[in-house]
Design a protein around this ligand. Structure first.
Ligand SMILES: Cc1ncc(COP(=O)(O)O)c(C=O)c1O
Length: 426
């Protein structure tokens, strides 16, 4: 795909990180529109044009999208304009459209999407809403992020549930076998990440949900890394809930997220946090016996009150941005970069341990590794000193490193990391 440089009237400003007008951002976006056509995952001319749309500094190799996905200009502009919408006319509301857009993006219905602020919100709503008694068992992994671990640990502390864990295996089949081996007649929920934050392994979510359904167990997925990385179809996956955010792989505004709750599960998952919008409008406090009415007949029952219109306009723009490039093109590009990272790490010999599976269906854009004889924190600092941003994985005693690559990255940036690993190996 060819790039017409005249479209970038202010490419110098882009590189300097200055703001674009909405029109300029839209014009620049049109330059990378694929019109639904495939783009090769190694078409560097095309992907460099995409890179121009990010104010992300070029002074660093940012290989940590798994923590935070930097937004492109059209998203940043949409946030500003969304705020202007409300602040200029004094209007209220307007964020409901985002639930509809998110639903289409992840293969759900509009009435199955609750707007949240992050993954943690969605996990807490689910964890507290699932009917569990003392002694009931929930299955998690040994690779949890605090956002999925702590709510369940807290429920164990307060309500006496039992947590069982497994370590994701090198293949999807073996991972499923490990889960199945933990199921007893007290198992009520499988509450696992689609992609653990630690080493980015893609778990066989559809098979896990099928297994759960067959055994009468709730399937509760921590989907922090799914949308924007994988081709998602939540109806096809068959999960009961999927908690996610828009600020990682979707490249949306920070502090935006969503919780998918399957329609047929909404009367099972109790809502506790309610207010304006989570009701049916029939409450009345002026009656002799104040009347409650019902919960909203949708996932709106899980959230209420005023939302940040600007941020949700940014989420709309993030979905438009992804669709302009094409989710399949994005998936292919980041899977290629993830595969390239694996190959390069594997070439470094026995002292470098790749801890992400190489099985095609179990990997995508995130990789974890250790360097034998090299302290992970020291290596992290070495990278930072050389302007490479990766992540340390200190949680769960894993003491490893994580590298995650999105569409704005290049194989050259991966090579910069590899050069640092070589240096550390001596
Ligand atoms: C797997 C996983 N779950 C949960 C979270 C928490 O996400 P948030 O900060 O959006 O609540 C993260 C964040 O990195 C994560 O990687």
């Amino acid at each position: 795909m060819q790039f017409n440089r005249r479209g970038f009237l202010r490419s110098a400003s882009l590189l300097a990180g200055l703001s674009l007008t909405e029109m300029e951002a839209m014009a620049a976006l049109q330059q990378v529109s694929t019109g639904g056509k495939p783009v090769a995952d190694d078409d560097e001319t095309y992907w460099q044009n995409v890179r121009q749309l990010f104010p992300l500094t070029r002074e660093w190799a940012y290989l940590n999208n798994g923590t935070m996905g930097p937004s492109p200009y059209p998203v940043i502009e949409a946030v500003r304009n969304g705020m202007m919408d409300g602040d200029h006319h004094g209007g209220y509301g307007g964020w409901e459209n985002t639930a509809k857009k998110l639903a289409a993006f992840v293969g759900a219905d509009e009435n199955e999407i609750a707007l949240t602020h992050n993954v943690t919100d969605g996990i807490n709503i689910t964890c507290w809403g699932v009917p569990l008694r003392r002694g009931d068992e929930v299955i998690l992994t040994t690779h949890e992020h605090v956002g999925n671990a702590f709510p369940w640990l807290n429920r164990r502390k307060l309500h006496g549930i039992v947590i069982k864990t497994f370590t994701p295996a090198a293949t999807a089949v073996e991972t499923l076998e490990r889960i199945e081996a933990l199921i007893t007649n007290r198992t009520r929920a499988i509450a696992v990440p689609h992609i653990p934050c630690t080493q980015g392994q893609v778990l066989p979510a559809k098979e896990i949900c099928t297994l759960a359904r067959e055994r009468g167990i709730y399937s509760i997925i921590d989907g922090a890394h799914g949308p924007g990385m994988l081709m998602l179809d939540l109806h096809d996956m068959g999960c009961d809930t999927y908690a996610s955010c828009c600020h990682k792989w979707m490249l949306g505004p920070k502090g935006t997220g969503f919780l998918y709750v399957r329609k047929g599960f909404q009367n099972t998952l109790q809502t506790y946090f309610v207010g304006g919008g989570s009701d049916d409008g029939k409450w009345n406090m002026a009656l002799e016996t104040p009347k409650m009415g019902k919960y909203a007949d949708s996932a709106h029952r899980y959230y209420g009150g005023t939302q940040a219109l600007g941020l949700y306009k940014g989420v709309d723009a993030a979905i438009d941005f992804i669709n302009t490039i094409g989710m399949q093109n994005i998936h292919n590009r980041i899977q290629m970069l993830g595969g390239y990272t694996q190959q390069r790490l594997l070439l470094l010999g026995d002292r470098v341990e790749l801890i992400t599976p190489t099985e095609a269906r179990s990997r995508c854009a995130v990789n974890g590794f250790r360097i034998q004889g090299v302290d992970y924190a020291k290596f992290y600092t070495q990278c930072a000193e050389n302007k490479i941003r990766i992540r340390m994985v200190a949680e769960n005693g894993l003491n490893s490193l994580r590298v995650s690559t999105h569409i704005y990255n290049t194989t050259a940036e991966v090579d910069m990391l590899i050069a640092q690993v070589k240096k550390a190996l001596g």
